[in-house]
Design a protein around this ligand. Structure first.
Ligand SMILES: [Zn+2]
Length: 244
C-alpha cells in the first residue's frame, strides 16, 4: 500500500491512518523503531488527541535522527567490547522500566572514541557502561547496545537504561583527576539538555518506564553525587515522561 492509497485520494487533508510506519523506518536504530511501534499502538487505540501526538512524536524521532543528533556505534567507529556482556532477558519493552541519568565526570568536550579507549584500557568495564552518551554539541552516541545490561548503577543495573551527559555538573567537585582531565565543574549545554530531554521521551515511549531519576536517586543514599546538582535539577522535568 502506498501513501496515496492510505490517504484515499486526499493526501492533503488526510492523516496516514497508520499514524507511524513509513518506508525507511526499518533503517532507523532499534530504539527508534521501538518508539515508533508504540506510536503505532497509540494511533490504533487512541482518541484524536493521542493520534495527533503519535503522529508528531514519530516525526520528531525521525527528524532527530535525520538531523544527525544520533550516532550508532558503527557511525562513530566504536571498537568491539573487551569481553562478552550480559544479554538482557526477554524483550527490551519487558526488560526496561527505569531511565537513569548520569554525568561522565570527565571533560565536557571529550571525543567519544577517546572516552571508549579509556574505558577499554581499564579493567572495570567490558565496554562503555552507559547505553547512550551525550556530547557537548548534543550529539547522542550509542554506548553499549540496549540488548546488553548496563553497568552504570552499581549492582542494581537490571531494567535500567543509562544515559550519560559528558561533563562534570557538580559544583565544587574538583579532584586532581578532574583538573588533569580538564573536567572542572560546569553546566550542561543547551544542546545537551535538549538531547537528554528528547532521548528520555523517546526511550520512555519505546519501553514504558515507571521511574526516571539521577544516578544519586538509586542505591545507597549519598554514595554518589552523579549526575551533579546542575543536571539533577532537570530530573523533575524529565519525570513528566514517565509512562506507566
Ligand atoms: Zn553516574
Amino acid at each position: 500500500m502506498n501513501l496515496y492509497t492510505y490517504c484515499e485520494g486526499d493526501p492533503v487533508n488526510s492523516w496516514d491512518p497508520t499514524g507511524h510506519w513509513q518506508e525507511g523506518d526499518e533503517e532507523l536504530p532499534q530504539w527508534a523503531q521501538d518508539a515508533i511501534a508504540t506510536y503505532t499502538s497509540w494511533y490504533t487505540t487512541g482518541d484524536s488527541e493521542l493520534k495527533e501526538m503519535a503522529h508528531a512524536r514519530a516525526e520528531l524521532v525521525r527528524s532527530f535522527i535525520k538531523d544527525g543528533y544520533y550516532q550508532s556505534r558503527s557511525d562513530w567507529g566504536a571498537k568491539p567490547a573487551n569481553e562478552d556482556m550480559e544479554q538482557i532477558s526477554g524483550t527490551r519493552a519487558d526488560y526496561y522500566d527505569t531511565i537513569v541519568i548520569h554525568h561522565t565526570d570527565r571533560s565536557q568536550n571529550e571525543n567519544i572514541t577517546d572516552f571508549q579507549s579509556d574505558v577499554l584500557s581499564g579493567v572495570e568495564f567490558a565496554d562503555i557502561p552507559y547505553h547512550f552518551v551525550i556530547g557537548a554539541d548534543g550529539t547522542v552516541y550509542e554506548g553499549r547496545s540496549l540488548n546488553y545490561e548496563g553497568a552504570h548503577c552499581s549492582v542494581i543495573n537490571t531494567g535500567k537504561t543509562g544515559i550519560a551527559v559528558m561533563g562534570n555538573f557538580q559544583p565544587g567537585n574538583v579532584t586532581l583527576g578532574n583538573i588533569i582531565q580538564g573536567a572542572l565543574p560546569t553546566e550542561p549545554t543547551p544542546d545537551q539538555r535538549l538531547s537528554v530531554i528528547h532521548m528520555t521521551m523517546f526511550l520512555s515511549d519505546a519501553y514504558g518506564v515507571n521511574s526516571i531519576g539521577g544516578h544519586r536517586d538509586y542505591g545507597t543514599p549519598g554514595a554518589t553525587q552523579c549526575p551533579g546538582d546542575s543536571l539533577e535539577a532537570l530530573i523533575p522535568y524529565l519525570q513528566r515522561f514517565i509512562t506507566k
